[in-house]
Design a protein around this ligand. Sequence first.
Ligand code: CA
Length: 519
Amino acid sequence: MRPNILFIMSDDHAANAISCYGAGLNRTPHLDRLANEGMRLDRCYVTNSICTPSRASILTGTYNHVNCVTTLDTHIDNRLPNVARHLRAAGYQTVLFGKWHLGEGAAHQPTGFDEWSVLPGQGEYFDPIMIDPSGPKVERGYATDIITDKCLDFLRRRDPAKPFFMMCHHKAPHRPFVPHPRYAGLFADEDIPVPATFDDDYANRARAASAAKMRIREDMTYEDLGLIQPEGGAEVGDVLLAEWSMRKVPDPEDVGGLKLIDRETGEAYTFNRREDLHRFKYQRYLKRYLRTIAGIDDNVGRLLDGLDAAGLAENTLVIYTSDQGFFLGEHGWFDKRFMYEESLRMPFLVRYPRGIKGGSVSRLIATNVDFAPTFLDYAGAAIPSYMQGVSLRPLFESGAGAGWQDVAYHRYWMHKDAIHNAFAHYGVRDARYKLIYWYNDPLGQAGANAGDEPPEWELFDCEKDPLELVNVADDPSYAEVFAAMLAKLDAKMAEIGDVPEHDSRTVLAARRLAGRQGA
Ligand code: CA
């Protein structure tokens, strides 16, 4: 019997917020169970660190310049083939419950699924509207519980004559990080450890780092932090977006006049020092975020128990991942978008008792473009030639040899979006180094602010500098590494058919003239 495939994906769940990844921020016993009974991937990378494009890559097995879902606003053309269609054609029962975020309406809604029920757009945490082929309805309860209930219900009434492919897509822990009240007491009497780079000053980095509006100190809203937004205009904080009423919690030099009020308990907070306000924001953010993760962990436990009860655990490939990584205060940030490690790295846990050794860890390169070919490989179905990834089955089952892929490619297209002001960039990461080209959209492909920032290169030695604090692109002792990584970037872009914004001969010639590159 071909294996069932249960693909569980959350939204914006950083690997550092799963206890088996070792960051020590929280406890996730049910997710850890998957790692203990299966494999943990330490170098699974996203090809575009943002929700909608990542989902398109997972579904189609292609990069975003091929599936055309390059930004949050470019929804999927559902005439494209996708992995669910191939699995259904191969005899699988295919279902999708939860977040879709690839667009609504006839042109964008899910195809290839026997059943689907999805949140529109980002969806709501409580009493969400969910859309299925018959239309929208309100579902009462908490989104993470509701989505899991739909999956468990399917397990009870599935067609036992067919293997199934189930996508369980949680909305949590996406901003604004709303936990269920049952977790209100979690972390109440403890402080979450503050990352070493929380007070990063962005020296020695490309300008993109200091320009990003993703700072916990300055850019989180009252809603993000579960605080009452006072009545008022600019004096209570800057708006998040010109046409929205949601405002950011201010970061004044003098914190003496600031009073913040908890939305649930009415508790009031005042501050003596600006640094105390910064730490307060960090703790509020992390605790709310980690409480929504507790909801996911418990619900993953329910789903694994459901598999056990149905006698399906042995013959089901179970994957847990997130559509990208997330900053949890590293470099002072929340959010994602960047090719820096916390945002680039996807958590990835996989269990399949018939093929994967329990408690194993892989440090080989994998990306979200590889997921669709992996599903098809396990289903015994042909991997279509349009797909650009590779099956991860050899990696899972310890059969990946010396010829395994050695770079992950990332490209972020939304140059200077109105909320986050993140710059457009692309680059490659191999086992040790990361090369990033901040091309900053000279042709205005993302629509605005074309070419207003000169391009920059960044090179990180992730072994010597795992926190990515020192750009060594212009360090003469890394000239050879720069040239080698540039060659890897060119080879990868040529292989996948993406069009470079740089010309390597010109880049290297200019570096030689500047004395940064040997002959
Ligand atoms: Ca996301």
